[in-house]
Write a protein that binds this ligand. Structure first.
Ligand SMILES: Cc1ncc(COP(=O)(O)O)c(C=O)c1O
Length: 410
């Protein structure tokens, strides 16, 4: 049996331990929901204050030139690029994720005009499914979305498939899909591959270049800690740039926006996928949040993430055997940075845990989700979280009728 002292010993040799003090965390609370909304860090505060007080406050409209605001979407894209294995000039920060998926689907469909099907995972995040379907309906030719069992992708890859869109780490189960293997299969069938990295960026090492990924997009507010509703990021492989049309063109994706030319002429590179004015204060928060990544590497983060999720699974199995089904794969190469536990009364369990200072979340119909973020979590937190889960289960406090009332955000 692993003891709390063992966990303290793990913390003493943890190379990332010093990063925890960068984050604002409530005393006595264990935050296992960084896979939904990352916490605020001191560099976020510093950078947002700088933008408000100096760039916006004093510089006012001059800052579009003097503070380089126009270049923020591509500059921040270059900061995110190493986290996903991309090169400079291949990532842009803009909009939010669903919008970016829409843009990439619209653009990708034009590259395969003779094909009529977009495949996606029947268990995908609902927003992806809504937007894929809407973009298919608006493709300007007959294109249908087909939702499939992702484990049967091989059987579905006909020569009519234009594009496959998958979420790389399943938001419910935490399963991490084989980026390179699936992308290759899709390419072998003549189709294009679009990955949703919402639960991958900052959580698992990614190599979009090595995997020959065509397109990807991900969130800024989960493992990247960019703040609620933070701008998202989009990846377009260099070889596709200039060949893709942004289906939502706007003035700031124009080659010369201040010519006020009524004929659209796309800017070069990733800038063509900008539509509107960049959200400078929100970008400042994300910019500050990225500072912490200058002090670590995805390899270090991954090693600690696997150690933490292994520990959590082991402790759950040792201390409360038979209570939950561990839905997240045990194999490391198939695991993201979260652990999903199935229980028919999962909603009440999560509510009771939140009252007991363990913040996880619930995904219908029966998944308790716990995210493990190596930047600020300690091994002793993992131990204490399982202790509190065990107390909630043995006391049956989760059956309190108050916990049956569903909040708007679960
Ligand atoms: C897998 C996945 N895709 C898409 C989204 C939608 O993101 P946004 O609200 O930025 O459009 C989310 C949000 O949590 C998500 O988890």
């Amino acid at each position: 049996m692993i003891s709390r002292n063992d966990c303290r010993a793990f913390d003493e040799t943890d190379e990332l331990a010093a990063l925890r003090s960068e984050f604002t965390l409530n005393d006595g609370e264990i935050y296992l929901d960084g896979n939904s909304l990352g916490p605020v860090s001191s560099s976020v505060r510093r950078r947002v204050n700088e933008v408000i007080d100096e760039e916006w406050g004093r510089g006012l409209v001059r800052s579009w030139n003097d503070a380089g605001w126009m270049a923020e979407p591509t500059r921040l894209g270059d900061r995110i690029a190493p986290l996903i294995g991309a090169d400079p000039g291949e990532v842009l920060v803009a909009d939010t994720l669903t919008f970016l998926i829409a843009k990439l689907i619209g653009a990708a469909l034009e590259l395969r005009p003779e094909r009529h099907v977009v495949l996606t995972d029947a268990a995908n995040f609902h927003s992806d499914i809504y937007i894929i379907e809407a973009m298919c309906e608006r493709a300007g030719r007959k294109v249908t979305m087909k939702t499939i069992d992702r484990d049967r992708l091989d059987e579905e890859l006909s020569d009519d498939v234009a594009l496959v869109e998958l979420t790389q780490v399943d938001y419910r189960t935490g399963e991490s899909l084989d980026l390179a293997g699936i992308t290759k299969k899709v390419h072998d069938a003549g189709a294009l591959m679009l990955w949703d990295f919402a639960h991958s960026a900052g959580a698992v090492p990614l190599d979009v270049t090595g995997a020959d990924v065509d397109f990807a997009a991900g969130c800024g507010y989960k493992y990247l800690n960019g703040g609620p509703g933070a701008p998202a990021f989009l990846y377009i492989r260099k070889s596709w740039q200039g060949k893709l049309r942004n289906p939502l063109p706007g003035w700031l994706g124009h080659a010369r926006p201040f010519d006020f030319d009524l004929r659209y002429e796309p800017a070069e590179g990733m800038q063509a996928f900008v539509t509107s004015s960049p959200s400078i204060v929100a970008l400042a928060a994300l910019d500050g949040a990225l500072d912490v990544w200058d002090r670590t590497s995805m390899a270090q983060v991954r090693a600690k993430s696997l150690a933490m999720t292994d520990l959590f699974i082991q402790l759950v199995q040792e201390r409360i055997p038979g209570v939950f089904e561990v839905v997240t794969p045990i194999e490391h190469e198939k695991r993201g940075s979260q652990v999903a536990l199935r229980h028919p009364e999962g909603y009440g369990i999560i509510q009771a845990l939140i009252e007991n200072g363990v913040i996880g979340d619930f995904r219908a119909p029966d998944i308790c989700r716990f995210g493990f973020t190596p930047l600020y979590l300690r091994f002793v937190d993992v131990f204490d979280a399982v202790e509190r889960i065990s107390q909630v289960i043995t006391s049956e406090s989760f059956r309190d009728p108050r916990y049956a009332i569903r909040n708007a955000v679960t």
